[in-house]
Design a binder for this molecule. Structure first.
Ligand SMILES: [Zn+2]
Length: 387
């Protein structure tokens, strides 16, 4: 068995690197890290290695999901460990439990505490931080509005003190009063700020880049289409999405569900074409229902649809999201892994540790078919098996 201490070799794999696919590649794993990786012609398989035969399928870096609220019947802030495992089996080896704007002050603190104080368990290192989506967002663009609140220094200082740089992403609406002070406080912990549930104008958004704003939260969902008032009647303003699309240093998050309900396929294409491979991040925005079986052929198969509330996040796991993104945009597998692993690793400043198959990085690896069906998942050199 591969227990993480022994040398393991993945053979007969098509290796997905950030530059190309290497046919018949080999990955040698030692002490939980990638020791060697490349063509079978160049890499010798150690004699005593535990062999994993990829049988000609693709091996790529494990997916990293920076925006996900739940999965497998669990909410991320209540049962972060079970939540992470439910996504790990779908190839997500790095995940940010994402707390919601629909939480009261007490629940927010408790949720963050649950994640921070989580005990180390097998495979719990798939949790690489957390994302707070709100609560300082614009109530006009939240599905549930009551707990949304203006920036509250007492609250955010308490959250920052509790979690510090464990908070990797924080979504905010820059147009709210008091937001600059908040952004300045968050910047001390090197948190990637994300503009979302907002109707800020482009100039306001750009002025937050110096505080670390570098993400457009689920691009083309829950963002104001034009800041009001528009300067001239009948003209198109630069809204949040356009501002995100046009700024070179801002990544666009995308939720690619199968039927283009969150982001229609044409819009996926537009975002991909405008931002390019290097600035798109595939996310799930998964709810507690993510990864649970759904009716085949149901147009809402990937969507969390709540009666009376409408669209409320997704049921996606990263394998499905990546497959959908490839179908909607025509992106190839190299680009798909950049958008689902390398880019999120960069935004979390974890790209020295994960995000690509490279010597020295953690052995977080997925073996998938060309249609992104997950065959094997490895986290820090250990194969994940359910149960
Ligand atoms: Zn969300």
């Amino acid at each position: 068995m591969s227990d993480g201490n022994q040398v393991t070799a993945i053979v007969h794999a098509k290796l997905v690197t950030p530059h190309s696919v290497i046919d018949n590649g080999v990955i040698v794993v030692k002490d939980g890290r990638i020791a060697e990786c490349g063509s079978h012609k160049e890499i010798a398989v150690p004699e005593d290695a535990f062999i994993i035969d990829a049988e000609g399928q693709y091996a790529g870096p494990g997916f990293i999901d920076i925006h996900c609220h739940g999965g497998g019947g669990h909410w991320a802030w209540e049962e972060p460990y079970l939540f992470a495992l439910s996504h790990l089996k779908h190839g997500t080896t790095g995940i940010l439990p994402t707390l919601f704007y629909n939480q009261s002050r007490e629940n927010m603190l408790e949720g963050v505490r649950n994640v921070v104080q989580m005990e180390k368990q097998p495979f719990s290192s798939a949790i690489v931080g957390m994302h707070l989506e709100g609560p300082y967002i614009n109530p006009k663009y939240g599905a549930i509005t009551s707990p949304i609140r203006p920036p509250d220094p007492d609250e955010y200082h308490a959250l920052l003190e509790l979690a510090g740089d464990r908070i990797k992403v924080w979504t905010l609406a820059p147009e709210l009063p008091g937001q600059e002070e908040f952004a300045e406080a968050a910047a001390k912990y090197d948190i990637a700020l994300s503009v979302g549930h907002s109707e800020a104008d482009a100039e306001t958004i750009f002025s937050f880049v110096r505080y670390g704003l570098q993400i457009g939260c689920h691009c083309t969902n829950a963002s104001g289409t034009t800041p009001s008032p528009s300067r001239y009647g009948g003209t198109r303003e630069v809204g949040v999405d356009e501002a995100v699309l046009v700024h070179d240093d801002i990544y666009a998050e995308v939720i690619p569900d199968a039927n283009g309900i969150h982001v229609r396929p044409l819009m996926c294409k537009l975002i991909y074409k405008t931002k390019g491979t290097d600035k798109v991040i595939i996310i799930t925005d998964g709810m507690d229902t993510a990864g649970l079986p759904s009716e085949p052929g149901d147009p809402f198969e990937d969507v969390n649809y709540v009666e009376g509330l409408g669209l409320s996040g997704s049921r996606l796991t990263m394998d499905r999201a990546v497959r959908n993104m490839m179908r909607h945009t025509g992106a190839g597998i190299v680009d798909a892994f950049i958008m689902a692993s390398l880019n999120p690793a960069k935004v979390l400043k974890l790209d020295k540790e994960m995000g690509s198959l490279e010597k020295g990085k953690r052995a977080n690896i997925v073996i998938v078919t060309g249609d992104i069906e997950v065959k094997q998942v490895m986290l820090e050199g250990k194969l994940y098996k359910e149960g």
